[in-house]
Write a protein that binds this ligand. Structure first.
Ligand SMILES: [Zn+2]
Ligand SMILES: [Zn+2]
Length: 133
């Protein structure tokens, strides 16, 4: 069981599973969304995910002409879990407060367009563009 929440606590969620793999996307869109070197996420099956509270406090923004969408807390601005594809959600890894002890960065994606100042210093596998399953 893994739980997490946004900075103000209005939005909270849980995942009925242990989680392992953290993906960091270094693309320019994710960098602007977080103001950092990218976004660290964990991808989970939808049926394992549930909201504890605050789903109505979420707002979303979709980048025009791009297959990219982010969800965030309308009060504190934290990125929050959103739809990854038809069957899976993505969870910003930094929101996790309980559980997740086995989490580790396993994949870096869109490394080919990372910020020049971004140094990748862990054991994660680097992918120039998207992750291919
Ligand atoms: Zn919040
Ligand atoms: Zn990205």
């Amino acid at each position: 069981m893994v739980q997490g929440e946004c900075n103000c606590g209005a939005i909270a969620f849980e995942v009925d599973a242990e989680l392992n793999d953290v993906f960091i996307c270094h693309c320019s869109i994710c960098r602007r969304a977080t103001g950092s070197n990218g976004i660290a996420v964990v991808v989970v099956e939808k049926q394992l995910f549930s909201w504890i509270r605050g789903e109505h406090e979420m707002v979303t923004w979709k980048k025009p002409a791009a297959d990219w969408q982010i969800w965030f807390c309308r009060i504190c601005g934290s990125p929050v879990p959103g739809i990854n594809d038809e069957s899976r959600m993505f969870i910003p890894a930094g929101l996790i407060t309980t559980g997740g002890d086995a989490l580790a960065v396993v994949h870096h994606i869109w490394v080919g367009s990372k910020a020049r100042w971004d140094r990748i210093c862990d054991d994660g596998q680097c992918h120039e563009t998207a992750y291919q399953e």
